[in-house]
Design a protein around this ligand. Structure first.
Ligand code: GDP
Ligand code: MN
Length: 410
């Protein structure tokens, strides 16, 4: 789970990592209130779970209250790299003397923790990594050894923190490690870790975390009930939430053909097959695309299949549904029972296109044939099934000419 900056800051603050004062605001009215308490100048920062907000115009410096309000009115409605802005953070503006970059992440390859750092942090950090790889240090924290102040100090020196900053940097590295370990994070990144203060007053200078990115390890959620406050109720998709409750991997997309399969690879191929078959052509200018990704996993029961169909069909944009199952652990016969259960008990009326192969495929197809249901179609190959699901979706959407629009049906 990725956190917003305003949430990540809370975790840094618990370990006393220095951060600027800030308040979260959802409207320009709340921004005005926040500025009252934070003071001026301030920075208005769009909250999205993606970096490079600054370059996209999502981080603006305001010298006056009016500017702060205008800035927030610009940022609040923004979508940055496909992510809708979820509120803004109003932070006190600091005078930046220098920007460092420091992150700690899990390194699955070397089975330890990577500290990635450069003395050239800030918004251009990727360019630095590309053009001056020698300036980017990759150091390791051995999970079996103690990472203490001494080790952190050695590391701060190796990273190349300027002499006066080494002690503070070491302290911050050690605290970042505590945050990483104690919150079961997979990433703790501070960029910029800024040296702030008055350039003419040595005693005013210190390091401060002006931006933070934290990802938490979902596998550890069971021991962190406090994470519930991080769950993004505003942005959560109700169908994704329902699927998650049933242990299903469901991702909502924006097309019209529901896709269900077993195994992530097979489902991905099915999405590609639908997207390929659904490209606009001379016959129809409407692109037909996959409406979702849903992996029922291995050894799925009839109930899991029925629940999956119900979730997929609950998306009002879904017309036809492609079910592509390669039976291994999963029996196609069981899947067929689930399909029939969903059609008969739940009154599902969407056209279904089924392709079975492998374990009990013949038995499964026989069950479907016996049901003699006009909504259930069968195909031999994934390509045929995709083409068939697309053509049914086209009919359903009544879109054989370019002027037709999508008809809402349930
Ligand atoms: P990002 O673009 O999503 O990484 O957002 P950041 O929070 O890192 O902000 C981008 C840039 O805005 C930083 O690298 C800084 O150069 C600048 N910035 C952020 N906060 C301040 C501040 O308090 N004072 C000044 N002068 N610049 C800031
Ligand atoms: Mn940043």
């Amino acid at each position: 789970m990725d956190l917003y900056e305003y949430q990540a800051r809370q975790l840094l603050e618990k370990e006393d990592i220095p951060i600027p004062a800030a308040l979260y605001a959802r409207s320009s009215h709340e921004v005005a209130q926040a500025v009252e308490s934070i003071g001026l100048p301030c920075v208005i920062k769009g909250q999205v779970k993606i970096g490079h907000r600054g370059q996209a115009g999502g981080v603006l410096l305001a010298d006056t209250l009016d500017d702060a309000i205008l800035d927030s009115e610009k940022i609040l409605p923004m979508t940055i790299h496909g992510h809708k802005v979820n509120g803004v953070l109003v932070t006190e503006a600091k005078n930046i003397i220098h920007e460092y970059y420091v992150s700690i992440s899990l390194d699955r390859a070397s089975r330890d923790y990577d500290v990635l750092a450069t003395v050239h942090g800030g918004t251009e950090v990727e360019d630095i990594a590309h053009n001056h790889p020698e300036d980017v240090k990759r150091l390791h924290i051995n999970p079996l050894e103690d990472f203490d102040l001494e080790a952190a100090t050695t590391m701060a020196k190796e990273i190349g923190f300027y002499h006066a900053d080494v002690d503070q940097a070491a302290e911050i590295l050690l605290k970042m490690w505590k945050v990483f370990k104690e919150t079961d994070a997979t990433l703790v990144e501070i960029n910029p870790l800024a040296k702030i203060g008055n350039p003419d007053d040595e005693s005013s200078k210190r390091l401060c975390a002006l931006d933070a990115k934290i990802s938490l390890d979902n596998n550890a959620a069971f021991r962190h009930p406090e994470w519930s406050e991080f769950i993004d109720a505003q942005n959560a998709d109700p169908l994704e939430a329902r699927a998650q409750k049933h242990g299903l991997h469901y991702v909502r997309l924006d097309g019209q053909v529901g896709v269900i399969g077993n195994g992530a690879g097979l489902v991905m191929s099915s999405l590609d097959a639908v997207a390929g078959a659904g490209e606009p052509s001379a016959a129809s200018s409407l692109a037909i695309k996959p409406a979702n990704f849903l992996d029922i996993g291995g050894g799925a029961s009839a109930d899991v299949m029925a629940e999956s169909l119900d979730i997929v069909a609950s998306d009002p944009h879904v017309s036809s549904i492609l079910i592509n199952v390669y039976g291994g652990l999963t029996s196609c016969k069981t899947v067929a029972q689930g399909i029939l259960g969903a059609v008969e008990s739940n009154g599902l009326t969407n056209p279904l296109v089924v392709r079975f192969d492998g374990n009990e495929a013949t038995e499964g197809l026989q069950l479907l044939a016996n049901a003699n249901n006009p909504h259930i179609h069968v195909s031999d190959t994934m390509e045929d099934a995709a083409a068939s699901a697309v053509s049914v979706a086209r009919e359903w959407n009544g879109a054989s000419d370019s002027t037709a629009s999508t008809t809402e049906r349930n």
